[in-house]
Design a protein around this ligand. Structure first.
Ligand SMILES: Cc1ncc(COP(=O)(O)O)c(C=O)c1O
Length: 389
């Protein structure tokens, strides 16, 4: 970061300057995109000792360092690894801290591919997996076993947006000797800084808000001092490095993430409030709404809300959800979120074990993009009318 910027400057000021110092590279504002496998050493002695800043492409470049440094600053982390997708940002730290015979506690409202990884790969490697209620709070202490090595949290929960009492979970998990990880993709470090709340490892699908344009896959994993070395060792062992152009695009995206998030937040909240109490919608699952069961936790711990939430339709089944979705013209039907364009998806909740899905009707997740709110409302009116309201 440019030496002139204070660490306590406002979020948008820091986002505009973190990561690289332009004067390290002839004053060009943006860092170079370094495409590299081989790095040359000046002599055999330096090669033998590996005592130079860069040694091989998989172990970091000036481009990956710029983004990692930016994320360290945002997350308050000792170190950050960059991986090829948000899913890899979940699986790599789990592999770093779990061994055969260990037990892991995973929140039941977890992003479904994380569950798939746990139920297939982790189980195959001899790890015992237990899913817990997102509302468990300090009660997680009762689920801890002598071999519980990791507690994986995600707040709010995928699709249903349950909030978790992170400080209470951290206290109980640390008492039992477990590492706490949090998938912080929804809030980004601008709205929630997990490491400030005692979490050891903060996970970002940088594909979403940091990238911001639905054209990149990338993950970042930021660790505190206690966990950084072990995480870095696993990253190196797996060879799970990220491609330079994608890394550069995410650093580019970070520059505007603050202003984009302000707009996502404002539009999503306006639409969520407008949907509340509307015919055809029984519930709006958005933590910043006073009606949300996790609202008090959100207000206590988070600085803002992003643009993703769900609605529960008033009765019916998948057919009704499909009628709603098929009538939409602006909202695209697609996975992922955090881009500039609005998206909708029928949420599948049949994987839940303890956190039961809303029973009133189908759940539809909305990603509110940067379009005009009035146009998005008109589109949702079309959906509700097609669903029978
Ligand atoms: C909460 C959460 N974590 C992780 C991911 C995975 O990100 P990616 O699509 O980059 O693999 C997603 C993707 O939707 C997500 O919603």
């Amino acid at each position: 970061m440019s030496k002139k910027i204070e660490m306590n400057a406002g979020a948008n000021t820091r986002l505009a300057h973190i990561g690289n110092d332009p004067h390290d590279y002839f004053g060009f504002v943006n860092p170079p995109v370094v495409h590299a496998s081989t790095v040359l050493f000046p002599d055999a002695e330096t090669m033998a000792s590996r005592k130079q800043r860069y040694t091989y492409g998989t172990r970091g470049t000036p481009t990956s360092d710029a983004l990692a440094d930016a994320m360290n600053e945002l997350e308050g982390a000792a170190g950050t690894i960059l991986v090829p997708s948000g899913l890899a940002a979940v699986t790599v730290p789990l592999l770093a801290f779990l061994s055969s015979g260990d037990h892991v506690l995973i929140v039941d409202s977890v992003y479904n591919p994380t569950r798939h990884f746990a139920d297939t790969m982790l189980v195959r490697l001899g790890v015992e997996v237990t899913y817990y209620d997102p509302m468990v709070g300090a009660g997680i202490a009762d689920l801890m076993k002598s071999n519980t090595k990791v507690v994986l949290t995600e707040a709010p929960g995928s699709g249903t947006f349950e909030m978790q009492d992170i400080p209470a979970i951290v206290e109980a998990a640390h008492k039992g000797g477990a590492v706490v990880m949090l998938d912080n993709t929804w809030a980004t470090p601008l709205f929630f800084r997990p490491l400030d709340f005692g979490v050891d490892i903060s996970i970002q699908a940088a594909t979403k808000y940091p990238g911001g344009h639905s054209d990149i896959l990338l993950g970042t994993v930021s660790a505190n001092e206690a966990t950084w070395k072990q995480l870095l060792a696993c990253h190196g062992a797996l060879g799970m490095c990220a491609a330079p152009d994608d890394v550069y695009q995410v650093l580019r995206g970070l520059r505007t993430m603050g202003v984009r998030l302000e707009r996502h937040q404002e539009s999503a909240l306006a639409i969520a409030r407008w949907l509340e109490g509307r015919a055809g919608v029984t519930r709006v699952l958005h933590p910043a709404l006073e009606s949300h069961p996790g609202h008090a936790i959100w207000k206590r711990d988070f600085k803002g809300a992003s643009g993703l939430f769900s609605i529960v339709l008033d009765g019916g089944d998948a057919k009704k959800a499909h009628a709603f979705l098929n009538a939409l013209r602006i909202f695209g039907l697609g996975y992922s979120w955090g881009g500039y364009e609005s998206l909708a998806v029928h949420v599948q909740l049949d994987d839940r074990q303890v956190a039961h899905a809303p029973q009133e009707g189908p759940v539809v997740r909305l990603q509110i993009g940067l379009e005009n709110v009035e146009d998005l409302k008109a589109d949702l009116e079309r959906g509700l009318a097609a669903a029978g309201h």
